[in-house]
Ligand binder design. Structure first.
Ligand code: FAD
Length: 477
């Protein structure tokens, strides 16, 4: 196991001074980062086990600057790794030694808000939460809510088609994106989509969403904003058996009820999160569901009554409906801090696969078996309603061979997801992490077709090149 980086292009490394000189003529001096100390902040992302120092980092402030940088890189054969906040868990923003990092974090303004037509136009480096904060005074919000929303950018969300706990009802990024400004490799600035749903022509916006920085650089985005519901209330359901929690999830979804969120945590995850967030989770259960519904008080009461009735045959040992805003906030704080809280007790890798919800009981059982066959622990915390698993495979970096074992567990879990009819990625993307596993999901013909599409945008394979497709993929294409 272990993820390989391609051998850097020596000719590009040898031209570093010349390349830096060229870039320095395109942006302000403080926007070009060249020293080793300063570049170090960009050598990895959320997949911290892997890192590489980039050639340089450039932080443009305008679309025109991005266009000039892209044109220069195109003309000079320099690879470009786009970066938002660097929170990717799939290694999507990890640089290569012969690439520059092009970060959009400085481009973080709100450009226009139209409440009547329910959209906001923003620069790509704004944080996910920043969009909701900019429209909250009128009772609006931007729906996709990754747990990293305080830091991650809309650019990264678009590139990874990110989701979050509340995406069960509102959809993920692709369902909430109306348009982008995309700077192509040769510096051309393209407008894709617009400020309303469903533009004419090919769905290029759908193609750009989830394209992991390989088709161009997103510099602006127009997103849907929604009016917040009258109220929302989460309820906790604790179960003595993991399988019952999985089956209860499948039953709720099967009954046609769409809560705004339906999250699953197993015992290790509950204990880790409770110790960190003091959320009031039941500690005597094997698994717990957080089910949130929204609407008027009467609608919330009615939906929760129906959900309790569906849950009862699965023998929940705890049913607790939040009684106050403070209690609701504590419940969500526990869930949303799961990754950080796990990081306090162990090294971990967070897998991200999707399965049909009917397969949850079987898959959860198998995940436990796979991890223990390698002598490792696993904490499961995930978006159960849409079958998006996040097993956190725990290990100790200081024990030789444990990280490789954790990666092997992760690989088996992702294979299992594909076997039961799911897929390799839910919301974190492929990056470098799952690049070499793509052959489990796609055959050579599928991969070649995808690479041809990519090649139309990036014939020189300069944009985030060592990601998404197996490393020798270009040969196949
Ligand atoms: C604690 C934690 C919790 C998380 N929870 C969730 C969650 O609930 N749901 C979820 O979906 N994800 C989650 N993530 C993963 C991560 O936050 C998302 O993938 C996020 O969208 C990445 O955004 P970013 O700004 O950090 O992008 P980066 O990590 O900087 O980059 C991600 C990808 O986007 C590309 N990219 C960046 N900017 C551009 C651009 N301007 N144009 C084109 N491509 C670009 C990069 O090349 C890379 O491929 C979590 C991560 C952490 C660390």
């Amino acid at each position: 196991m272990g993820i390989a980086f391609p051998t850097p292009d020596e000719a590009v490394l040898a031209r570093r001074t010349e390349i830096l000189d060229g870039l320095s003529r395109l942006v302000a001096r403080e926007a070009l980062i060249v020293t080793e100390d300063e570049r170090r902040a960009f050598e990895t992302d959320g997949l911290t086990a892997y890192r590489q120092m980039p050639l340089a980092v450039v932080l443009p402030s305008t679309t025109a600057e991005v266009s000039a940088i892209m044109r220069f890189c195109h003309e000079n054969g320099v690879k470009v790794v786009a970066r938002g906040a660097g929170t990717s868990l799939a290694g999507g923003a990890i640089p290569q030694a012969d690439a520059i990092v092009l970060g959009v974090a400085k481009m973080n303004r709100v450009l226009e808000v139209d409440f009547a037509n329910r959209y906001a136009r923003v620069e790509a480096g704004i944080t996910n939460l920043g969009i909701s904060q900019a429209v909250a005074h009128e009772g609006f919000f931007y729906a996709p809510d990754p747990s990293s929303q305080l830091a991650c950018t809309i650019a990264g969300n678009i590139a990874m088609n990110s989701g979050g706990a509340h995406c069960l009802k509102y959809g993920v990024t692709t369902n909430n994106l109306l348009g982008v400004t995309l700077v192509m490799l040769d510096g051309t600035v393209a407008s894709i989509g617009g400020d309303h749903l469903d533009s004419a022509g090919y769905d290029l916006l759908g193609l750009v969403t989830g394209s992991e920085g390989q088709l161009g650089i997103v510099t602006e985005a127009t997103v849907r904003i929604l009016r917040a519901a009258e109220g929302a209330r989460p309820a906790l359901f604790g179960f003595a058996r993991v399988e019952d929690a999985g089956a209860c999830t499948a039953a709720i979804i099967g009954a046609g009820i769409i809560p705004v969120a339906l999250e699953y945590m197993d015992k290790p995850a509950i204990q880790i999160c409770e110790a960190f967030a003091h959320a009031g989770y039941p500690l005597d259960v094997e698994a717990m569901l957080i089910v949130e519904v929204e609407g008027s008080d009467a609608e919330i009461d009615d939906m929760l009554r129906r959900i309790v009735a569906i849950a009862e045959p699965f023998h929940p040992t705890t049913i607790r409906v939040s009684q106050s805003e403070a209690e609701s906030a504590a419940i969500w704080k526990g869930r949303k801090s799961a990754f950080g809280a796990t990081g306090r007790v162990a090294d971990y890798i967070c897998m991200d696969g999707t399965i049909p919800t009917g397969q949850l009981p079987h898959v959860l059982k198998r995940i436990g078996e796979i991890a223990s066959s390698y002598g490792l622990g696993v904490a499961n915390v995930f978006h159960a309603g849409d079958g998006n698993l996040h097993p956190l495979v725990m290990f100790d970096t200081n024990k030789p061979g444990e990280m490789e074992k954790a990666e092997a567990v992760g690989e088996e879990i992702l294979k299992l997801c594909v076997e039961v009819g799911g897929c390799l990625t839910g919301e974190h993307g492929v990056g470098i992490e799952k690049r070499d596993l793509m052959t489990y999901q796609f055959n050579a013909v599928d991969l070649a077709q995808q690479m041809r599409v990519r090649g139309v945008f990036d014939p020189l394979w300069l944009l985030n090149p060592a990601k998404v497709f197996p490393l020798d993929g270009r040969l196949v294409a």
